[in-house]
Design a protein around this ligand. Structure first.
Ligand code: TXA
Ligand code: MG
Length: 342
C-alpha cells in the first residue's frame, strides 16, 4: 500500500486537514498526532475500517480502542448515559490526556469495544487532532500508532518506521508533548478505578472524584488466570528487542549496580544527573526530579536502545507517584516485570 505522508505545521493548514479527513471518511486508516502519543485513527462508526486497525498493528482482537471526540456534544452518540462524575471530570481535564470508560451506546461497533459493553472516550487537546476530528465530522477510534508490542510512537518518524506501507496516511507533525498514553479511568465501577496511569495523576482524579481504586495490574504482573478490567493490561508492551532490567533504588545504589554489572553490550537508561558516573553507554531519559520530562523521553529512549544494538539495558526506576507512576508502569512492562532492588 502506498502511504500518503501528510506534512502539517499547525491546525490552520486546511489542505492537510482535508487530506486526512478524506482518507478517514472513505474508510481509510490515518495516523494523527495527539498530545500523548501518535494515534492510528479510523471512523469509529465503521466496523470494517476499525477492523483494519487491528490488522495494520497486529493487535489482538480482544483489546478495545479509545474513541476520540472534539467536543462534548459528540459524547451522547457514543454512550448510553453520561454520569455526573463524567461531566465533572470533563470540565476539569478535557480536552486533555484522560480517557473515561462509560457504558457504550448501540452505535459503537463491536470492533471498537472488542465485545465489552463499555466504550473508552477521550477528547485530545492537540489542536491538529481536534481539527482533524472536526474536519472529518467523525468520532475517531485510535490506538497508539505503533506495531503491537513495540513502544508507542512519540514522533512522526516512529510512526513512519512502524506503519509505512500498512495504512493510507500519516499526518507528520511535531513530537508529542506528554510522551506516554492517556490516563484510563473507568466510571463503570463504584468507586471509579484507575486502569492505566498517565499525565492526569491519581491525585488529580481524586480531587474531582474522591477516593478511587488503583488497579493492581498497574504495578504488578497479572496471574495467568486473573480477571482483567482492561484487556491491554495483559499483553506484553513497550518492549524493545533489548532485555530491560528495571533497577529500583537510590542513585548511588543504581550507579554501583550498573558499574559492577555492565559490559560493552550494555546500556544504562538513566537520569541526567547520573550519566557522568556510569562506566557504560548511557541513554538519558529526563532528570531525577522531573517526571514529566521522563515521560516525554521514555519511548524514544526505548526505541534508541534497539537502534544502538543494545542487548541488556539497566533502567533506573522513577518514583511511583505523580506522573512517575505512569513512567514506572510502562517501564515495568518493557522489563517484563524483571525488577532488581539496588
Ligand atoms: O493517549 C492515548 O490514550 C493514545 C492516543 C492515541 O489517544 N491511545 C492509546 O490507545 O494509548 P491504546 O489502544 O494503545 O490503549 C488503549 C487502552 C488499552 O489498554 C485498552 O485495553 C484500554 O485502553 N481500553 C479501551 N477500551 C476499554 C474498555 N472499554 N474497557 C477497559 N479498557 C479499555
Ligand atoms: Mg498502545
Amino acid at each position: 500500500m502506498n502511504t500518503k505522508l501528510i506534512e502539517i505545521e499547525n491546525e490552520k493548514d486546511e489542505a492537510a486537514l482535508a487530506q486526512a479527513a478524506e482518507l478517514l471518511q472513505n474508510g481509510g486508516l490515518c495516523a494523527i498526532p495527539t498530545e500523548t502519543v501518535y494515534g492510528l485513527a479510523a471512523n469509529a462508526f465503521d466496523g470494517a475500517a476499525v477492523a483494519r486497525i487491528f490488522e495494520a498493528k497486529g493487535r489482538p482482537a480482544d483489546n478495545p480502542l479509545i474513541v476520540h471526540i472534539a467536543d462534548l456534544d459528540m459524547l451522547s452518540d457514543l454512550v448510553r448515559e453520561v454520569p455526573q462524575s463524567a461531566l465533572e471530570l470533563a470540565r476539569a481535564y478535557w480536552p486533555g490526556p484522560l480517557t473515561m470508560i462509560l457504558p457504550k451506546s448501540d452505535r459503537i461497533p463491536h470492533e471498537v469495544s472488542a465485545g465489552l459493553d463499555t466504550v473508552a472516550v477521550r477528547m485530545p487537546s492537540h489542536p491538529i487532532a481536534a481539527a482533524i476530528i472536526r474536519k472529518s465530522g467523525l468520532p475517531l477510534a485510535a490506538p497508539s500508532a505503533n506495531l503491537s508490542g513495540s513502544p508507542s510512537p512519540t514522533t512522526a518518524a516512529h510512526v513512519v518506521a512502524d506503519l509505512r506501507g500498512r495504512v493510507e496516511g500519516i499526518v507528520c507533525a511535531d513530537d508529542c508533548g506528554v510522551g506516554v498514553e492517556s490516563t484510563v479511568v473507568t466510571l463503570c465501577t463504584q468507586p471509579p478505578r484507575l486502569l492505566r496511569p498517565g499525565a492526569i495523576t491519581v491525585e488529580m482524579l481524586e480531587k474531582v472524584l474522591g477516593k478511587i481504586d488503583v488497579d493492581d495490574a498497574i504495578l504488578h504482573q497479572l496471574k495467568a488466570d486473573a480477571k482483567v478490567s482492561s484487556p491491554g493490561m495483559k499483553y506484553k508492551h513497550y518492549a524493545p528487542k533489548a532485555k530491560v532490567i528495571l533497577c529500583d533504588g537510590t542513585c548511588e545504589g543504581y550507579i554501583h549496580y550498573v558499574n559492577t554489572h555492565a559490559d560493552a553490550a550494555t546500556c544504562a537508561l538513566c537520569f541526567a544527573e547520573e550519566a557522568a558516573q556510569l562506566s557504560c553507554k548511557t541513554l538519558v531519559y529526563g532528570s531525577l526530579a522531573d517526571d514529566a520530562a521522563q515521560a516525554h523521553a521514555l519511548f524514544d529512549a526505548l526505541r534508541q536502545l534497539d537502534a544502538m544494538g543494545i542487548q541488556i539495558a539497566y533502567a533506573h526506576a522513577p518514583r511511583k507517584s505523580g506522573v512517575g507512576l505512569a513512567v514506572y508502569n510502562r517501564l515495568i512492562r518493557a522489563a517484563a516485570f524483571e525488577v532488581v532492588q539496588v
